[in-house]
Design a binder for this molecule. Structure first.
Ligand code: NAI
Ligand code: MG
Length: 369
């Protein structure tokens, strides 16, 4: 059995609390012989700033580049509000994404049957929902130059952000989406605004040509990002994989997320390019939520987003999809049994702690393996 090297970066606030449950799971998987992981701990965010004045050290960047996958908790909190912009906690995460070339952000939105009533939509609209949003993460308007605010001298200022996409950036994100669709329900919906943006025209053209050349077996549909957003709320089950740019992906994935309930339930993966020699790709897995300073240190955090992020690592980095399926089934069973952390519990019932939830999931997993 191959041994996989993981770098664990718990970060701040509830990050270390939810990471403790991943460590428990890894320890259990290793002990049962179901997988073989070697882990190393690193510091990121405020924790790294406190230790060495940077949001991630060069030594931990080196470890990140050598790891088979990075498991990331959450960073930030009011304690570091005043620190300089370049070393603020979030800078550590941005540096990891940029230096490791993590261009593909995968955000699944899955509605567990037991939680269908926690959605902002009606049960019949979201029950059984299973969408994968693929967001381009290293290009587009967040990074394009020029990016300036100029004083026009007449009491007015001008702000400029620039949306830039090259063919290769659109091709590689499209391939990620089509490859995922083949393992799911074989449908990709591409979203842009070709009616008003040149980058939307190119996006549409390139996705179409990748489809025609390499993925004719997958159904491809194009939607304008605004009406696509409407469809996401009205008919969410029409979607399988959605592929879109950095800005639209940021918004659409947050909307999709809320269809399924709490932030404490949502995982994500950020993937780099497949290396031609090793066939491996750099990858970072993290929950969508932040460091939740309001509940940090109280043992109240829901560890499910962190655990399903690790589940995505099993699936996308280590070819352990069957094990990831069992982890999902164990989580569904625990939720169906009524055990809930505070963020997803019914009114009046007693909430489970972070640890109780983590232990219950492993107990269910024990039955399934
Ligand atoms: P947040 O995601 O930390 O919290 C938002 C709300 O959701 C809070 O009420 C929190 O208690 C709740 N929540 C979040 N995760 C939960 C979980 N696992 N279980 C139960 N409840 C949970 O977002 P917020 O409050 O806007 O930001 C707090 C800090 O986190 C800030 O410093 C922010 O910059 C940082 N942040 C970091 C992110 C990251 O590390 N990737 C992402 C988002 C925010
Ligand atoms: Mg966002």
């Amino acid at each position: 059995m191959a041994t996989h090297k993981l770098l664990l970066l718990p970060g701040d606030g509830i990050g270390p609390e939810v990471m403790a449950e991943v460590k428990r799971l890894i320890g259990w998987l290793n002990a049962k012989g179901l997988a073989s992981f070697e882990t190393e701990d690193g510091l990121v965010g405020g924790a790294a700033y406190d230790a060495h004045g940077a949001s991630i050290s060069e030594a931990d960047m080196t470890k990140a580049k050598a790891a088979d996958a990075i498991i990331f908790g959450a960073v930030g909190g009011p304690k570091w509000d005043g620190v300089p912009y370049d070393v603020r906690p979030e800078a550590g995460l941005l540096r990891l994404r940029k230096d490791l070339g993590l261009f593909a952000n995968l955000r699944p939105a899955v509605c567990y049957p037991a939680l269908a009533d926690a959605s902002s939509l009606k049960r019949e609209i979201v029950e059984g929902l299973d969408i994968m949003i693929v967001r381009e993460l290293t290009g587009g308007v967040y990074f394009g130059e020029p990016k300036t605010i100029t004083d026009l001298g007449n009491g007015q200022k001008r702000a400029i952000d620039t949306q830039v996409y090259d063919t290769y950036e659109i091709e590689r994100i499209a391939r990620v989406a089509f490859d995922l669709a083949r393992k799911r329900r074989n449908k990709v919906t591409s979203m842009e605004k070709r009616n008003v943006m040149k980058s939307g025209v190119l996006w549409n053209e390139v996705v179409t040509s990748v489809h025609v050349r390499e993925y004719k077996d997958v159904t491809l549909e194009h939607q304008l990002a605004d009406s696509g957003g409407m469809n996401l709320v009205k008919y969410p089950k029409m979607f399988d994989v959605i592929v879109t740019d950095n800005l639209f992906g940021d918004m659409l994935s947050d909307i999709a997320a809320m269809l399924t309930g709490s932030l404490g339930m949502l995982p994500s993966a950020s993937l780099g390019e497949v290396d031609a020699k090793t066939h491996k790709r750099r990858a970072l897995y993290e929950p969508v939520h932040g460091s939740a300073p309001d509940i940090a240190g109280k043992g109240l955090a829901n560890p499910i987003a962190m655990l399903t992020s690790f589940g995505m690592a099993l699936r996308y980095s280590f070819d352990l999809g069957a094990l990831a399926d069992k982890l999902d089934a164990a989580i569904a069973a625990v939720l169906a049994s009524g055990l809930r952390t505070a963020d997803i519990k019914a009114e009046g019932s007693t909430p489970a702690s972070t640890t109780q939830m983590g232990e219950a999931i492993i107990k269910e997993l024990e039955k399934l393996t």
